[in-house]
Every structure is written in structure tokens, then in C-alpha cells.
Write a protein that binds this ligand. Sequence first.
Ligand code: ATP
Ligand code: MG
Length: 567
Amino acid sequence: MSSTSPLASAPAPHRDFIRDLVAADAASNRYGREIATRFPPEPNGFPHLGHVKSICLNFGIRDEFGGRCNLRFDDTNPFTEDIKYVEAFKRDVRWLGFEWDAELYTSDYFGRLYEIAEHLVMDGKAYVDSQTEDEIRERRGTVTTTGTASPFRDRAVDENLSLLRRMRAGDFDDGAHVLRASIDMAHPNMVMRDPLLLRIRRASHYRQGDAWCLYPLYDFAHGLSDAIEGITHSLCTLEFKDNRDVYEWLVRAAGFVRPPEQTEFARLELDYTMLSKRKLLRLVNEGFVSGWDDPRMPTIAGMRRRGVTPEALRKFCDVIGVARKPARTELATFEHAVRDDLNMRVPRVMCVLRPLKVVITNFPEGEVEWHEASSYPRDVPLTGSRTIPFSRELYIERDDFMEAPPSKFYRLAPGREVRLRYGYFVTCSDVVKDASGNVVEVHCTYDPATRGGDAPDGRKVSGTIHWVSARHALECELRLYDRLFTVPNPDDVPDGLDFVSVLNPESLVTVRNAQIEPSVAKDAPGSRYQFERTGYFVSDATDSKPGALVFNRTVTLRDSWAKIKDK
Ligand code: ATP
Ligand code: MG
């Protein structure tokens, strides 16, 4: 094995039809060379959760079977690609815990591809077509009718070669000619009806500059790049199924022995989410989100800023597996993987989202007690604790108090006793209201014998609530994120509408004066927590500053939407 990932000790992934295929090919040494995969993004946007699936599959196979996995940028379109996207992919593949065996660029093969093009022409397998791209499209036929041959299809080899060389030399305007494979204009697979291979585009490429005015199309570039690199298993998503015939035709026509084979799998489609760089770019460009790393974005950068760990993403991919049949994945499956992972690794702290002041009338003014609070529950393999200040004035959650509660309200109410987590039992004795009758303060008495949370006489309380000491708490901003779209499939909107019409207007709710226990002040930006009874949060690595703390909600403690639906 040429390289292993730092997370290679994770449990072996579930079996799937691709791993079975690779295992069989490895056992029979079908390719006569080591197993080689590649992850081939086009650098026209940031990587998203769909890419995570492909990354985990391609690098995962390398780690499991030995061999190698290349990171290859499929950068054949000079209009949309950029080095900043290359950098985002590199950073994020590494963040997921994978290292590539080689960093390669399709644009570095432009010379090789051009040579192959000349050979195809010399072999009579490609010709220069001087129709416009529109004419070519119109004559391609339909699924029920055959296509019509181009009037240029039977050009002599010498003429084709000379035209191709002049195309390369820049003698013609954009669109004047294209190079096409000469396959079969009546082929039942439309993609095989003389596919375009090269076209003239006078555009500056982010990597090649103005070195080329001929640019390869996907079909021409992709399979041949795989073949040039000695890839064995070319794994791609189902929408490329029809392209497989061209892939095979080209790698054989170009003379590769034991060329790679393409196998398709179902793309990840996650409910309430959009996995397409092109569409995510629109959200960025049109200001619907703050950028590629907006925590609502399903990009790796967004999810990282939201507090999701690489291990959670890898676990999620393992859980959903790889299959041939298209399927949508429920958001709950993703959130479950995120919660499961965070539950085992993050400390608990107390933060009050919507504070209500509580005065402990029998606790001496000015006095402070420091209570030991364990930071992990018993079923978590980590241990640790911090101390939290208890004083006469506290904040509790507004929702944890009701003046006239229904019978099943197990929190604070006049005359009721509750446990303040890691603190004391307190009983509500009085309520202070403003002129309009709103509760502005609650008075309680505490029982000094219950320090730590249990009564010596064994009496029970109706519930346990979280709190902070008013004097010591740090005011902070909380960004409560929710699903970005209001419908499970944002691609499936009525005619005339597009996916931005189903954006969730409440995907971000900002809470500005939450109060958090002071222990977090020492933590590094980007630290993750469970805010007890509230959710998993991460300090925002970009915006959080000492004295102006900002936390992003990664995920609620349980699926609050499911709860609402059940009501
Ligand atoms: P997008 O539509 O977001 O641009 P793409 O398919 O064009 O996606 P590329 O960057 O060209 O994306 O793809 C890199 C690799 O990631 C490809 O092998 C592609 O099949 C895979 N990939 C992209 N989206 C998904 C997805 N939703 N599920 C699984 N694999 C995906
Ligand atoms: Mg694409």
C-alpha cells in the first residue's frame, strides 16, 4: 500500500457491489497492475456532501485493497474553473483524512489528448466537422429516429489532419470547426452518434493560460485521462451511464491495453439539501448565503464551520453505503450520524438561550460558590470536569418557567421545586412582573442540603433545568441553523419556479443575548460542545472573539421537526 489515511484504523466499511467487483478483480489480477482509482472533481465550486461520498469510496477502496488513488482535477472548461476551487478540494480531502497518491490535472494532458486526436484522425476514427454546434445537435436525431450524417463526415484523412492542425494553430474562429469521433449516427445510444471531441474556445485557462485554443469535451478527456493514469476502476455517478459506451470506444480506439472500466453508482441525494456546485454557486453569488462556508451550506467548508467532524461524515457515508439504485437519503440519517459522533467527543456546558432572571432570596448577597460539574455523562468514554459559579442571581431558560403550567410541565412554576443541574434544589416563591404583566424575575429559595443535586431525605423534584450565574455568565450570540430548503426535494418544484423559491426563510435564527457559563472563555475558536438540553454547538472559527463569543448550532439534540409533526 503506497499510503494510508490517518483514520485507516476505523472499522472496515460495509460491503457493496463496487467493493465486491474490485475484490474479484484484485484476486484475479485482472488488470495486471495495482488497483488504481481516482477522485476527479471539476474545480468550479467547493466540494459538497456528494463529493464526500465519492471521496470515501475512491480513497476507501485504495485503503482497503492497496494500490493508489489520484486526485485529478477535471479542468477542461476555461470559463468556470478557478484555482480557489482547486485549493478548496485539496484542503477538504485532507480534512476528511485522506491523502492522494498523485495530484493531477486533465489540463496537463491537453498535449497527450491532442496527439491522440491526431492518431484517431489518421486511423479514420475522427473527422473535422464544419457544421455549427446547433446544426450538429439538430442532426443528432432522437431516441426514436436515427441521426443524419454530417456532410463533412467523409472528408479525406489528409484534409482532416490539416484542418485539425490549423485548429490547433489558432487559424479559425471559435465554433468554425469541431473534431468528432466517427462512430455511428444510427446508434441506439445517442451519445455514440459521433460525439464531439475537441472544440475551439479562445479563453484563458486558470492553469494553462492561453497555451490552448482547443479544449476537449468531457467524453474525450475523461476516459483517456483515466487510461493515461493507469486507473483500473473508474467510479462515477449514474448520470454517466450512457457515456460508458463512448468511454470504452475511445480508450480502445486510442490503443490502451487493459484499459480502465467505468462503473456507475447512485449519487447521494439528501432531503432538504441541494448537492450541485452550479446551484450552490448561485446561492453564493446571489447572496442567499454568506459564502461557500456558510454553515447552512452542504459544502465541506460549511459543514466544518457548522461543527460537523470528518469522522461523522465518513461514518455517514459508511452507513448509507453505495448502491446502483437511485434513492434519496433522509436528513434524519445525516443528523443521526452527526449527533452520534458529537455525543461521544464533546464536553457538556450550560448556556441559557433566552434568559429569565432568578433571585435565590435565601442565598447571601455577594457570595459565590464554585460547584464541580462533570463535563461528560457516564456512557461517554471521556472524563473531565470544570467548576461553575453559583450565586444569588441566576439565569434560567424562559421556557423553563410557567406561571400557570399544565399538569405535565416538569419545570419551574410557583410553589414547585426543581433541581438546578450541579447546583441545588430550588422552590419558586414569588414572581415579579412589569406593568404589562410579563414575568421579569422569579424568586426562589434554595435548600442548602441539596448541594450537588440530591436531597438527603430522598425527596424527588419534578425536573432538572440548566442555569448560569448572572454575574459570571458571558453574553454570546447563537446562530440557530435549520434546513436550507422547505421541501425534501428542492429540484422538484412546480413549473416556472426554481429552487430558490423553496429556500427556508428561517434557516438562520440569530439569538443575540444568550448567556453561557464562563468556563468556555479559555477554549480555542472552533471548540465544540453540547449545550445541555439544547443542542450541539461550535464556536464560530471566523466570527467568535474573546468578549464577543459566537456559537453555531450544529444540530439539535433530537429531531425537533419530527416532534412537531407528531403533535
Ligand atoms: P456538481 O453537479 O456538484 O458539479 P459533478 O458531478 O459535476 O457535481 P464533479 O466535481 O465533476 O461533480 O465530480 C467529482 C466526482 O464526485 C465525480 O466522480 C462525481 O460523480 C462525484 N459526485 C458529485 N456529486 C455527487 C453526489 N451527489 N453523490 C456522489 N458522488 C458525487
Ligand atoms: Mg459538474
